[in-house]
Design a protein around this ligand. Structure first.
Ligand SMILES: [Zn+2]
Ligand SMILES: [Zn+2]
Length: 352
């Protein structure tokens, strides 16, 4: 099978021919139909994360070994089943839950595998969907998508799930009664807006630094859009909310600038949920956290249970699909580079 792999950090992906696996136990082999290209793939490809204060978290220190086939947003057709695989039918299309943990510890047993201290995430720690086939370790991680479009469903496993889980960290009374701010209007931001609406949210003011992304956000139904580089960006955000501070901010960027703007826009007792890890250090004064009684929460992907809930919401037709651009799998390296250069609107998906 053909795999498009990171063999060296920062170097173009290389096509490697690998042996097509034969599933054992509860494993399932899928023919890849769609694999989303995600911002977090860029961090893997670059070999690390900027932690601010001049520090860097290296991917190899996190236990990721090269070569690795990235791709954690995957829909595939079941083509071969291990003897213990259950509730999976050959020929059907499935969304893969990629945020696997060890499966044994108390965190995993409680259904929060995405918070396991020994992650085995597909497309990160084990081979993912930038390949014509993918081996899923257990049939329980597969969700039947019916006749939905694989390219539109694949991004739900990461950008959809992450934003869904971030919104669920807020009291529904907050987002149902008041606009919130979404920092970042790329694929994640547009997905967040659609899911917020499907969950009964009253809407969002969206912030980005790219006019093209802000235009896409406006077209997708943002209440207002603000360019974060404008000197009066904070005043614009407050004005869009009737000159009132904001009860909740979901920061999908996670840069020094975005968190500062989000923090400053909050009401007393407000909540900042940080999802993105663009990098940098926290810019605000510690004293303002108690003085404004701000809650700062982190959100990392979501659980298998949440993905099932989200897929049901999508199947009910309440989440309008976001714009996806389809590219042949063989273009994986170029698409990744285009994403790194900020040239992708909506979500880029590799199809095979
Ligand atoms: Zn675990
Ligand atoms: Zn992702």
């Amino acid at each position: 099978m053909k795999c498009y792999c990171v063999t060296q950090f920062h170097e173009p992906l290389q096509m490697l021919e690998q042996q097509k696996p034969v599933p054992t136990g509860a494993q399932v082999l899928l023919k890849t139909r769609a694999a989303g290209v995600c911002h977090s793939d860029l961090h893997i490809w670059e070999g690390g994360y900027d932690l601010g204060h001049g520090k860097r978290l290296s991917i190899t220190d996190r236990g990721i070994e090269l070569p690795i086939t990235m791709g954690h947003e995957v829909v595939g057709t079941a083509v071969s089943l291990g003897p213990n695989a259950t509730a999976v039918e050959l020929g059907k299309n499935y969304l893969v839950f990629p945020w696997l943990g060890c499966g044994q510890c108390s965190v995993c047993q409680s259904g929060r595998e995405n918070y396991c201290a020994k992650p085995r995430s597909i497309g990160v720690y084990q081979n993912g969907g930038y390949a014509d086939h993918i081996l899923v370790p257990d049939s329980r991680y597969l969700l039947d998508i019916g006749d939905l479009n694989p390219a539109q469903i694949a991004p739900i496993a990461c950008s959809g799930l992450t934003t869904f889980s971030a919104i669920k960290k807020l009291d529904p009374a907050i987002y149902q009664q008041s606009p919130i701010v979404i920092m970042g209007a790329g694929g994640l931001g547009l997905m967040c807006l659609q899911i917020l609406k499907a969950m009964g949210g009253s809407g969002a003011i969206m912030v980005d630094i790219d006019p093209a992304k802000l235009k896409a956000a406006k077209e997708a139904g943002a209440l207002a859009t603000v360019n974060g580089t404008d000197p009066d960006a904070l005043a614009q955000i407050l004005k869009a909310n009737g000159n009132q501070a904001i009860p909740a901010v979901i920061d999908l960027v996670g840069s020094t600038q975005s968190t500062e703007l989000g923090f400053n826009a909050l009401i007393k007792g407000g909540t900042l949920v940080i999802v993105g890890f663009f990098g940098g250090a926290a810019p605000w004064s510690l004293a303002f956290i108690p003085m404004k009684a701000i809650s700062i929460l982190g959100n990392y992907t979501g659980s298998l249970g949440e993905l099932k809930e989200l897929l049901a919401l999508v199947k009910s037709g309440q989440v309008k699909p976001i714009e996806v651009s389809e590219h042949p799998l063989s273009e994986a390296s170029n698409v990744l580079a285009a994403l790194g250069a900020g040239k992708v609107i909506g979500r880029a998906v590799l199809v095979d």
